[in-house]
Write a protein that binds this ligand. Structure first.
Ligand SMILES: O=C(O)CCC(=O)C(=O)O
Length: 272
């Protein structure tokens, strides 16, 4: 599905913006489905914040890898995120996640046998949706070698004022992996920590570009690319669906925060 130019752009920039890959009706269906999930969820939700690399690292966060868990903004009420196994546990998200065109894009950027590992519904409510601090996805989903690749689907139009993604073009080539987010103990009660790999890494402040995206646009993100998003200062909400895949052949460490239990392994696109 990608042209030679698009592949070259991805190799150079570490991201690719693909407008119109998903139809607007499917995007609207995911927004509706997320609202249903949130309405049915327990009221004592966890707070989600990535500000200054701070993460909710309680037991519930660690247990959320193979689940559908709702997280709120710091106000404790406004939905911020649903994660992290919508692609396996919810039929509406599962069907979207396995669309052949997504698999074809991943093949075209060089993936051989991707496993669908993590999914997140990420919403920024009008005027109150928070920022996501600069990060490299390999920090959170490290494999040896690094293979994590993100597919970020705009479910609503994303603009600078409602909190679109920003990226540092070429940063996947120039910024080494700074740190890993790991489990500090053997079970979900053990907490989490950042293991610093390169204390010398300085992510530049200059050169960032906004990745504005109309609903249905897929942004492909290399696992080492620094990216972030700003708070929603507008009157319009910004919803997105983010799917992270890793190469099946890469080593997946036991101390990565996200662990799938034996009865719920990560699957490839062709597997149920
Ligand atoms: O949707 C956002 O604001 C951030 C998403 C992100 O960083 C990711 O999916 O890796």
């Amino acid at each position: 599905v990608l042209t030679e130019t698009q592949r070259a752009d991805y190799d150079r920039d570490g991201f690719l913006v693909l407008p119109g890959l998903v139809d607007p009706a499917a995007c609207a269906a995911l927004v509706d489905r997320a609202a249903e999930i949130a309405a049915e969820a327990p009221t004592d939700k966890s707070v989600f914040t990535t500000r200054e690399q701070e993460r909710v690292s309680d037991e519930r966060f660690l247990a959320s890898g193979p689940s559908i868990t709702c997280f709120t903004e710091p106000d404790g009420v406004t939905l911020a995120k649903i994660g992290h196994a919508l692609h396996d546990l919810d039929p509406v998200f599962a069907a979207l996640s396995r669309r052949p065109e997504l698999a074809e894009v991943l093949t075209d950027v060089g993936m051989r046998d991707p496993l669908l590992l993590q999914s997140m519904y990420l919403c920024k409510a009008a005027r109150s949706g928070g920022e996501v601090g600069s990060h490299q996805d390999a920090t959170f989903l490290w494999t040896d070698p690094v293979t994590v690749t993100g597919m970020w689907l705009a479910l609503e139009d994303a603009t600078v004022d409602n909190g679109c993604l920003w990226a540092l073009p070429g940063g996947h080539r120039t910024v080494p992996l700074e740190k890993r987010f790991v489990r500090a103990g053997a079970d979900d009660a053990g907490g989490t920590a950042f293991e610093v790999l390169r204390p010398d890494v300085q992510v530049p402040d200059e050169g960032w570009v906004p990745l504005e995206a109309t609903a249905g646009t897929v942004v492909v993100l290399h696992g080492l690319l620094p990216h972030r998003s700003s708070p929603n200062t507008s009157e319009r909400s910004r919803a997105a669906y983010s799917l992270h895949v890793v190469e099946r052949s890469a080593r997946y460490p036991a101390d990565n925060w996200l662990q799938r239990p034996a009865h719920l392994p990560a699957h490839g696109f062709a597997e149920a």
